[in-house]
Design a protein around this ligand. Structure first.
Ligand code: SF4
Length: 203
């Protein structure tokens, strides 16, 4: 069972395979892992104790970042994520903590959650994907339907307001045109976040 795996200078944490979306571009549909990782399908979700043991087993002198990402939406396991992030802050305060998320934590956990990341997580990287709510619905296919896009933006706004570095991401050309990127940047900045344009990687 792969709980942690290396990508570049980071250790990535794989807490769950659950996700409320079914994105048309999801890597999970095409391969068992990412960037040369071992298979990331979990036969069961790791406990907090197993997650902490896996984190403590890493050589943190070699890695500057701990990223909750994996093969699923990490906020599906919010309690474990926050406890593990707090553990990292206490044990390894020099390591930057990032969460890569679809931003739907509030809908997943049925409460406003962004402020809970403050002090435990340095950066929230939220998939904005598009400036168009209808396109978001068609491409990300969230089980929450039309509620998802505004909830994702509100999560970003509250994260930024809580003082967390908040980054919203889109994939660059040819998926997202320059004009669309500009509209996405305006949305991100209106929420107190910044836009990051990710490199398009063809299959
Ligand atoms: S939000 Fe991420 S994990 Fe979930 S379906 Fe979309 S790409 Fe896959």
């Amino acid at each position: 069972m792969t709980i942690v795996y290396e990508v570049g200078k980071g250790i990535y944490v794989n807490l769950t395979n659950r996700c409320p979306c079914a994105c048309t571009f999801c890597l999970r549909a095409n391969a068992p892992g990412v960037y040369g990782s071992p298979a990331l399908w979990l036969e069961r979700e790791p406990t907090l104790e197993e997650t902490l043991a896996a984190l403590d087993g890493c050589d943190w002198t070699r890695f500057g970042e701990c990223v909750f990402c994996g093969y699923g939406e990490p906020t599906e396991r919010l309690d474990v994520l926050l406890a593990a992030a707090a553990h990292m802050k206490a044990r390894h305060p020099g390591v930057r903590i990032r969460v890569n998320t679809n931003g739907l934590s509030d809908l997943i956990n049925s409460r406003a959650t962004a402020a809970e990341f403050a002090g435990k997580v340095d950066c929230l990287s939220i998939s904005l994907n598009t400036d168009d709510p209808a396109e978001y619905l068609a491409v990300c296919r969230p089980k929450f339907g039309e509620a998802a896009y505004p909830a994702m933006k509100e999560f970003a706004r509250e994260a930024a307001a809580a003082g967390i570095e908040t980054v919203m991401t889109v994939v660059g050309e040819p998926v997202t045109s320059q004009e669309k990127q500009a509209r996405c940047r305006a949305i991100a900045e209106s929420l107190g976040a910044r836009l990051r344009v990710r490199k398009f990687e063809s299959a």
